[in-house]
Structure formats: structure tokens, C-alpha cells
Design a protein around this ligand. Structure first.
Ligand SMILES: [Zn+2]
Length: 540
């Protein structure tokens, strides 16, 4: 039992905006009252629901490949790792699993969504999620380039495709469906991409990116998954991709969808020399179409690791930068590319990217539909979220940063004209309440009775709140961070879904596996025992 007494509570999901009140916790959940147990005096402090990262990359083979590409990071240690109960962890832009869990917790984030899991390596991903301490986890399975699904779309067998997708989600023990560069990753296996949404992709006569997007959105709706289709649009990172992003939303019309790392899809111009931010155009459309949510995918200057299933984009980035490049083929399902990267303030393209992420966060009016992310580690490490929070809350600071950008970049963004300032309540929405709602995690992102007792308590100094350095972090009612040090804690849960499907679909899949997979059908599904604390959520 725990009573947190006298803190100023920001709980936007329950309409509480800076009210001084006690919070009572029992059995890992928020309750109406407690008698006895520990009490924390939070007077003068601010309480926010624990952060929920709706789009991050923290586990799986691609991360290990990325670490292999940056051996210099093996010399970087991570703070917080004191005491015998905690494990060692390596730092750098792609921290190892233990360090990842500690770093998120130390920052006040208590739930993370691993946004890209190839089914073929899902077992490995779950092994790593299991070793990511403190935080609760969900994960999304990659589906927009799965050749079994694409073949069914080619034959217009949407119902059969739905059965296959449902079976695959359960086989991977994942929570939702991710579409990355629909059709483009499959085409990349032939050295091609899919840049026009309405042209058939390589190897198919009827499957277009639009057909994949609409088909998967329909399937996700039909399966009643708690989280809508999570989409990384075609033409990520390319000047002029605004037209593709708008067209993707038109194709999705009528369906719910979550658009990932929107900053990378908000560019105008017809080449690198003319690239500009089209965040205003994108925000206008987005504001008028309320079935969508998105996350910012903001960038910050400094080290990053670009790592995505979008193989063709990564090859282009490698050609543009001359930096190290890794490419992986995941048979029949997806691909992956990795390029270590550094965003620089004096680089025109990077400056436009920096501004575009902030513009989206400021121009999309409803904080319940845009969430704080850096597409970790693509735009910046997740531990830099506090820098973004400051840029959103402090207009003067934002303008000072803007002045340091190249003059040419300033003409390609409207950021200087924006004087919107986030409130603490807005911060609670974009970091927690909003992403929890978009993920359909009903006990997350708020502090009402029955909610998971996940929260961060911040001291208020003369300069305001030190985001990133909460005084306490509570996860499921346990004090997991106190005075900047991570305490031993129970492992986080893993959320997954079991959408309904006809078992007969296995009769269709088994011979296909015999024919085209190097792994046998019986070894393919991840066993439930791989997950330490599975939490199967209803599809309703
Ligand atoms: Zn991503």
C-alpha cells in the first residue's frame, strides 16, 4: 500500500489539471483510499502519469546489428547501474536491453511499444523484451511486405488474408500490425522500391501500395485489434513526400490509423537543394481528419542510428552519406537497413527536419492525436525527450535554438511564427494519456481508480520541473526510481492479442512453409513460455 500525499496531479484523461490531492495505491493499482503502508510526501511536487512510448525500437536482431556497426559505443557506460540487484548495460545510441529498461524508468516512462517485429525473429525479440526491466512492453508485427499476405491480396482473397494475419499475430505473440513502406520492402529484394501508391509492385500485377494499405487497415478493423494499423508511409525521408503522405491518408479514409514518425513524411521540394517543411499542409489535412493519430518522430541534433525495415530508404541514405550500411533480408516477410547517422544543425536538410518535427507538434491542434517520439534511435535517443519537452513549453528557448540554424533553412519552415506553448497538461497528454488511448491500453496513461499505478513525481525547482529527472517513479505501485537511482523492481508485462481465426488456416499455411521457409512450420510460432509476464488483451 502506498499513499502519495499532497502532490499537484495532472491527469488529463480524468479532467484533472494541476489539482493538489492524495493518490492511493494498492495491489499495483490506483484505489480510492488506503489505510497504512508507506506514505510519500509529494507536497510542492508535480505528478504525471507514467510515460508511454508508442513508437520505439528497443529489441530484436536489428538492434544487435546496429550495435555491431558501432563498436565505439561499447565503451560507453550507463549511469543508474549501482547495486547488486541490477544488471550491467552498455550505452551509446542503441543501449543494451537492461540499460534500455533502466533509462526509460529513470526518465519516468513506464510502457514502451517496440514498433517493428519480423515474425521470423519474434522469438529473439521476446527474449530481449523479457530482459528489458521495469517497463511494460507491447510490440507490432511487420506485415505490409509479407509475401503470403501479398499473394492473397493479388488474388483478392481478403478474408483468407485476414485469417493469415490473425494467425501470424498470434504466432509472433504481438499486440498490433505495422506496415512499413508497403510493397517497397518486397520490391527492394529485386532492387526496386514502391514510390507510387497506385502502381503494381515488382513481381505482382494487381498489388499496389494502396491495395496493401487499404487491405491491412480493413483487416485490422475486422479483427478488432485494440490499436489501429500503424503505418510508416512510402517515400520516407524523400523531398516532396508530402504528396505520398496525403495520398496515404486518402487511401485510409474511413479507417482508423496511426501514422508513425510523421516528421519524416512532411517534406516539400523536388530535390535535396529545394527540400522544405510541409508540416503546415500536413497538419491542416490531419486536423480535419479525426480518425488518425500520429507520433512526431522529431529529430534532435547529435548522434542517431537509422534503423528500419525500409531497406530501399536505408540504401539511399548510405549512398547520400557514405556512412556504414547494413542490410538484412528476412525471407518472405520484410527487410531491414541500418545506417549510423549524425544530425547537424548547420546541415540544411537536418535543420529543416528539426523544425518540421516541432512544427507538427505545434500545428496539430489536438494533443490527443500527436505523440512525443523521436522514433528512437532514428531521430534521437529516447532519453532526450526532456529536450523536446522544453522546446514545446518554452517559446523563447525555441526561438534561441532556431536562430542558430542556417538562414536558408529558416525560409523553409514557419517555426519562427509559432508561439504556441505546451502546458503541463498538454505534456501529460502527448507523453502518456494520448499514446495509451491510441494503443487501447485502458489502464495506462491515467491515474483514476483502477488504473495501473504508473506515475512520475517531479520536484519543482527555481527553474521549473526537471523533466528526465523525476524525484520518484512508481510502476505498478512499486517505487522503481528514487533520488535518481533505479531500484530493483518486478519485471514488466508484455501485452499481446489473440485475434480469432479458423484453425483450418494452418492447413493452408503448413504446405506453404514446407515450400518457401527455411524454418519449419512447427518451430515458427513463439511459445507462450518465452514471455515472463504475458497479458493477453481482448479484441472487442
Ligand atoms: Zn520506427
Amino acid at each position: 500500500m502506498l499513499r502519495i500525499a499532497g502532490g499537484r496531479v495532472y491527469d488529463p484523461a480524468n479532467g484533472i489539471d494541476g489539482v493538489v490531492q492524495d493518490l492511493c495505491i494498492d495491489g499495483g493499482r490506483v484505489v480510492g483510499d488506503v489505510h497504512g503502508g508507506r506514505s510519500i510526501d509529494a507536497s510542492g511536487m508535480v505528478i504525471l502519469p507514467g510515460g508511454v512510448d508508442i513508437h520505439t525500437h528497443v529489441a530484436g536482431a536489428a538492434l544487435n546489428f546496429a550495435r555491431g556497426l558501432t563498436p565505439e559505443n561499447y565503451r560507453k557506460a550507463v549511469p543508474f547501474l549501482h547495486g547488486p540487484e541490477r544488471r550491467a548495460g552498455l550505452g551509446g545510441i542503441t543501449p543494451t536491453t537492461f540499460a534500455t529498461g533502466y533509462l526509460y524508468a529513470a526518465m519516468g516512462w513506464t510502457t514502451v511499444n517496440e514498433a517493428a517485429v519480423p515474425i521470423l525473429s519474434a522469438r529473439h525479440t521476446h527474449e530481449e523484451l523479457r530482459d528489458t526491466p521495469v517497463v511494460d512492453k507491447a510490440s507490432l508485427v511487420l506485415m505490409a511486405n509479407n509475401e503470403i499476405v501479398l499473394d492473397l491480396l493479388e488474388a483478392d482473397e481478403l478474408e483468407q488474408a485476414r485469417e493469415v494475419v490473425a494467425w501470424l499475430i498470434w504466432a509472433a505473440k504481438c499486440y498490433g500490425v505495422k506496415a512499413v513502406n508497403p510493397g517497397g520492402v518486397a520490391a527492394w529484394k529485386w532492387g526496386k522500391n514502391a514510390s507510387n501508391l497506385h502502381e503494381p509492385i515488382e513481381g505482382y500485377s494487381r498489388v499496389t501500395p494502396a491495395k496493401i494499405i487499404a487491405g491491412l487497415a480493413q483487416i485490422v478493423d475486422d479483427l478488432r485489434l485494440p490499436h489501429p494499423l500503424h503505418i510508416h508511409c512510402n517515400n520516407l525521408g524523400i523531398p516532396g513526400n508530402i504528396s505520398t503522405t496525403l495520398e496515404t491518408m486518402r487511401v485510409l479514409d474511413g479507417h482508423r490509423a496511426h501514422l508513425a514518425h510523421l516528421q519524416f513524411h512532411a517534406y516539400g521540394g523536388d530535390g535535396w537543394g529545394t527540400m522544405r517543411s510541409e508540416a503546415s499542409t500536413l497538419a491542416d489535412y490531419f486536423n480535419a481528419h479525426t480518425s488518425f493519430s500520429c507520433d512526431a518522430g522529431a529529430i534532435l541534433f547529435g548522434d542517431a542510428m537509422t534503423i528500419t525495415a525500409d531497406g530501399p530508404w536505408q540504401h539511399l541514405l548510405h549512398q547520400l552519406t557514405g556512412r556504414k550500411w547494413g542490410n538484412v533480408d528476412v525471407e518472405n516477410e520484410t527487410g531491414c537497413g541500418i545506417v549510423p547517422y549524425v544530425y547537424k544543425g548547420h546541415n540544411l536538410v537536418n535543420a529543416v527536419q528539426w523544425a518540421a518535427g516541432l512544427e507538427l507538434l505545434l500545428l496539430i491542434k489536438d494533443p490527443w492525436r500527436i505523440f512525443l517520439t523521436t522514433d528512437h534511435p532514428n531521430g534521437a535517443g529516447f532519453w532526450r525527450y526532456p529536450e523536446l519537452i522544453r522546446l514545446l513549453m518554452d517559446v523563447e528557448h525555441r526561438r534561441d535554438c532556431l536562430k542558430k540554424l542556417p538562414k536558408r533553412a529558416l525560409r523553409r519552415t514557419v517555426l519562427a511564427d509559432l508561439d504556441r506553448k505546451y502546458t503541463l497538461s498538454d505534456i501529460a497528454v502527448v507523453t502518456s494519456a494520448g499514446p495509451a488511448r491510441a494503443l487501447g491500453l485502458t489502464a495506462k496513461g491515467h491515474l483514476g481508480v483502477g488504473a495501473d499505478a504508473d506515475l512520475a513525481i517531479y520536484a519543482q525547482g527555481p527553474d521549473g520541473i526537471s523533466f528526465g529527472r523525476p524525484r520518484y517513479v512508481i510502476k505498478e505501485g512499486q517505487v522503481v526510481v528514487e533520488d535518481g537511482e533505479v531500484r530493483p523492481a518486478s519485471e514488466g508485462r508484455e501485452f499481446l492479442v489473440r485475434p480469432s481465426y479458423d484453425e483450418k488456416i494452418e492447413e493452408y499455411l503448413r504446405p506453404l512453409f514446407q515450400k518457401v521457409y527455411t524454418m519449419s512450420f512447427d518451430n515458427y510460432p513463439v511459445e507462450m513460455e518465452r514471455l515472463t509476464r504475458p497479458d493477453v488483451r481482448a479484441c472487442e
